[in-house]
Design a binder for this molecule. Structure first.
Ligand code: MG
Length: 162
């Protein structure tokens, strides 16, 4: 029996008129993330946590933003591929915990849908998928609504039935 923890962090710049997708959910807002993919900062941090737990590098190595394959891609596809890499190596996800930093819009109403979307992609029960959100009290680039950021933590195990 073995366990591994991983952590991930990501930031995306916000710009007017772009779609905002966070945690696999499209969120109505005047700004969205500047990105090569759909800019889902929450999923990107989560992918890095999962990859980090097994020392598999980072999301940029596996899905380079120089490749047309990933232009505008739904980040849920990237998450599904990362989870597949983990399972192929004989590991299972025990739980994940993500904190999103965004000044606007209010994230709380979308959290249940984000948890369900992430749980569906990862093949986990929703009680193993935590999504939290905070503002930064108007401080820093998040507070000025110039960008959004996310931190993610995960636990993996080799135990089959968790
Ligand atoms: Mg990113």
């Amino acid at each position: 029996m073995d366990f591994r923890v991983g952590n991930g962090y990501d930031v995306h710049q916000l710009a007017e008129g772009l779609p905002l997708v966070l945690g696999g959910v499209k969120i109505p807002h005047t700004k969205g993330c500047v990105a090569h993919s759909d800019g889902d900062v929450l999923i990107h941090a989560l992918c890095d946590a999962l990859l980090g737990a097994l020392s598999l590098g980072d999301i940029g190595q596996h899905f380079p933003d120089t490749s047309d394959d990933y232009k505008g891609i739904d980040s849920k596809i990237l998450l599904a591929r990362v989870v597949e890499m983990i399972r192929d190596r004989g590991w299972s996800v025990v739980n994940v915990d993500v904190t999103l930093l965004a000044q606007k819009p209010k994230i709380a109403p979308f959290v249940p849908r984000m948890r369900q979307a992430l749980a569906d992609v990862m093949g986990l029960s929703v009680d193993r998928v935590s999504v939290k959100a905070t503002t930064t009290e108007r401080l820093g680039f998040v507070g000025r609504e110039e960008g959004v950021a996310a931190y993610a933590t995960c636990l993996l195990t080799t135990i089959d039935r968790i």
